[in-house]
Design a protein around this ligand. Structure first.
Ligand SMILES: Cc1cc2nc3c(=O)[nH]c(=O)nc-3n(C[C@H](O)[C@H](O)[C@H](O)COP(=O)(O)OP(=O)(O)OC[C@H]3O[C@@H](n4cnc5c(N)ncnc54)[C@H](O)[C@@H]3O)c2cc1C
Length: 441
């Protein structure tokens, strides 16, 4: 298979041995993987610069896309360097509900990934030797006055396991915290759930045990020779590898634009309340049956992302809630289309609006102690963007997932399978989709 070439790091060293990196006037010499500048001085002596040429892959970003991929690549014998700009997760993964919609696949490819996701999660904690808090719960997609129950049910008919319609009495018996004055019924389906941060920790520890390396550093730009990527420049050091995979969530777009890669990869601004552990018990994961966020995301391609602004171009508020095993809740969520990466929403107004919306659906939770969090969430259309960017040899993408807690875990395995065997049918399909988009640039 032509698209993915697992070049070994030693080959890379030979390839770049005679390459002048003009920006810095550095010459990397092969040999015992020692790095020298033109005068023969060890680069380690040059403050702030380190070159490391013994990695096969650099994985950029340690969220729920990057960590599983780094782990799976290391597991199949690749030498992987994982880079992230923060130690403790303050990323989209940290504030995600952790829902695994393995019922939701609507195409044979997605349905296969859903089945794989469910099987994989059943044994993941054991494999990683770390807690994921994986469990199955009911997803309640609630209906309100004005909703068309049969029409909404139809929307899900093509899913692997279509949710079933429940009347109001059954829904309230299932979850007594729901507001009988607002909730008229629900669609329900068994839904997976994991603890996002614990799952990241489990992947991180397993990755390190396998010999993977993690560095805390902000990737500022890519090194390249012509169109071919050869490494990354971070705030602390320079790292070389023949294969670089971008899993940087909402920052992926800006990073890629620095090397002229313009793909339909966007981000939304998300606001969510996080509570401490509470005595009130909520059994299901509660969300509206109308997925307003999909309509929001569909507007992204019509925005001018090249001149970012602080203006809220569109937004939706989907009142929902999930309680974790330790009793804490995430109560969400406002999603906004704002193109400026440094946009800061008004925290007071946002919290008031979230609480007002929660009061309608789950009145007992409206005034609980909680802290507002803001993060940016990557999405792509069509999603996800997985595979090689053919116009930039050495560059791979693994980003833009709509339901990464479901799809990124099995897909990381397919990616690694493609690297080791040169063939993987699912990966080939996604890679072809990416290359078709890349060709349109
Ligand atoms: C309220 C809410 C609920 C959600 N619920 C669900 C759900 O139930 N199920 C589901 O599947 N999804 C859900 N999501 C979406 C999901 O959480 C995100 O899509 C997902 O976590 C994104 O993962 P990621 O790895 O792409 O990005 P991130 O988690 O943002 O990770 C990207 C990482 O890259 C690092 N990075 C970025 N730029 C650089 C750089 N230049 N140098 C070094 N490191 C860098 C960042 O520090 C970050 O750690 C939810 C999201 C929200 C906000």
């Amino acid at each position: 298979m032509a698209w993915i070439v697992p070049i070994s790091a030693r080959v890379l060293t030979v390839q770049i041995a005679l390459t002048t990196i003009a920006d810095w006037g550095l010459l990397l010499l092969a040999g015992n993987l020692q790095d020298y500048d033109r005068s023969g001085q060890s680069l380690a002596l040059i403050k702030g610069y380190t070159t490391m040429a013994h990695f096969d892959w650099i994985v950029l970003g340690a969220g729920i896309t990057g960590l599983p991929l780094a782990y799976e690549l290391q597991k199949v014998g690749q030498r992987v360097l994982l880079l992230d700009k923060v130690l403790a997760p303050v990323n989209a993964t940290a504030y995600g509900y952790g829902g695994v919609p393995y019922w939701s696949g609507t195409t044979p490819l997605l349905q296969q990934l859903c089945r794989e996701s469910r099987a994989l999660l059943g044994t993941l904690a054991q494999e990683l030797d770390g807690a994921t808090e994986y469990r199955e719960l009911d997803l309640l997609l609630y209906l309100q006055a004005g909703d068309d129950p049969q029409g909404l049910e139809q929307n899900f008919r093509a899913c692997l396991t279509p949710p079933t319609l429940l009347d109001q009495a059954t829904v309230l018996a299932l979850e007594p915290q729901l507001n009988p004055a607002i909730i008229t019924g629900a669609l329900t389906v068994p839904h997976g759930h994991i603890h996002p941060i614990k799952t990241l920790q489990a992947y991180r520890q397993a990755f390190l045990r396998l010999g993977g390396e993690i560095k805390l550093a902000t990737v500022q730009r890519f090194l390249h020779q012509g169109d071919t990527l050869t490494g990354v420049v971070t705030s602390r050091a320079t790292y070389a590898a023949p294969n670089i995979v971008v899993c940087a969530g909402a920052d992926s777009r800006a990073l890629l634009s620095r090397i002229g890669v313009d793909l339909p990869l966007y981000f939304s601004q998300a606001l969510v309340l996080q509570t401490p552990p509470l005595a009130q018990r909520l059994a299901p994961l509660v969300m509206p049956a109308r997925f307003a966020r999909l309509a929001l995301e569909a507007q992204a391609s019509s925005l001018d992302w090249s001149t970012p602004t602080d203006t809220v171009q569109a937004e939706v508020l989907e009142a929902g809630a999930i309680q974790f095993l330790d009793g804490h809740y995430l109560l969400g969520q406002i999603s906004q289309l704002v193109t400026h990466p440094a946009y800061q929403p008004d925290p007071i107004a946002s919290e008031q609006r979230l609480r007002a919306a929660i009061a309608q659906v789950l009145p007992n939770l409206a005034n609980v102690p909680a802290q507002l969090h803001h993060c940016r969430v990557a999405f792509a259309s069509p999603n996800p963007l997985v595979g090689q960017v053919k116009t930039r040899p050495g560059l791979y993408l693994f980003t833009g997932f709509s339901s990464p807690f479901c799809y990124s875990l099995p897909l990381a395995r397919h990616f690694a399978q493609a690297v080791t065997t040169g063939h993987d049918a699912i990966f080939t399909t996604l890679n072809q989709q990416l290359q078709a988009l890349d060709a349109k640039q």
